[in-house]
Design a protein. Structure first.
Length: 165
């Protein structure tokens, strides 16, 4: 069998390619609202594996994936909208109101995230329900108002058709 021919890759994509939207409508009839002011974004897929080694493996171990968790962690800058100096970003506000003092279904959001690299690929796109955590970072007198947000997946993260051409 011949060796694989190496093909040089092109330019790298950036982490700022990720867009996050929250559904303020229903699952069947979604109304997608963007979450703006993100300064960090870390999607995570965490598999659970179990050792399924047996005596027939000739001394070699074996592992099987049995479950998977997913989530996103990100930071947002608390900025007012350009249209109104007394209003925060609507996507951020939706998440904040779903997080603070809410439990069970009231703390659950339908989200989607997808890549939007300028002049780059439009391939990765995912949708799922998640529990929301909202934690202001605080800081010194001269610090900007930043918030750490965590979305913990509830069930399956589904690959979807990309929302943009």
């Amino acid at each position: 069998m011949p060796a694989t021919t190496k093909v040089p890759l092109g330019a790298s994509t950036t982490v700022r390619k990720w867009y996050l939207d929250v559904n303020t409508g229903t699952f069947a009839s979604p109304t997608w609202v963007g979450v703006f002011g993100m300064t960090e974004f870390k999607p995570a897929i965490d598999p659970t594996t179990q050792d399924d080694s047996d005596f027939d493996g000739g001394g070699y171990k074996s592992v099987t994936k049995t479950a998977e968790a997913w989530g996103c962690e990100f930071k947002v800058a608390r900025k007012v909208t350009a249209a109104a100096s007394t209003a925060y970003d609507p996507g951020q506000e939706f998440l904040r109101l779903k997080a603070i003092g809410q439990f069970g279904p009231a703390n659950s959001v339908d989200i989607r995230y997808y890549e939007m690299e300028p002049n780059g690929p439009r391939i990765e796109s995912y949708r799922g329900n998640a529990a929301v955590s909202w934690s202001p970072d605080g800081g010194a007198m001269d610090a900007l108002d930043m918030v750490s947000v965590k979305l913990d997946g509830q069930g399956k993260l589904t690959p979807t058709t990309h929302p943009a051409p």
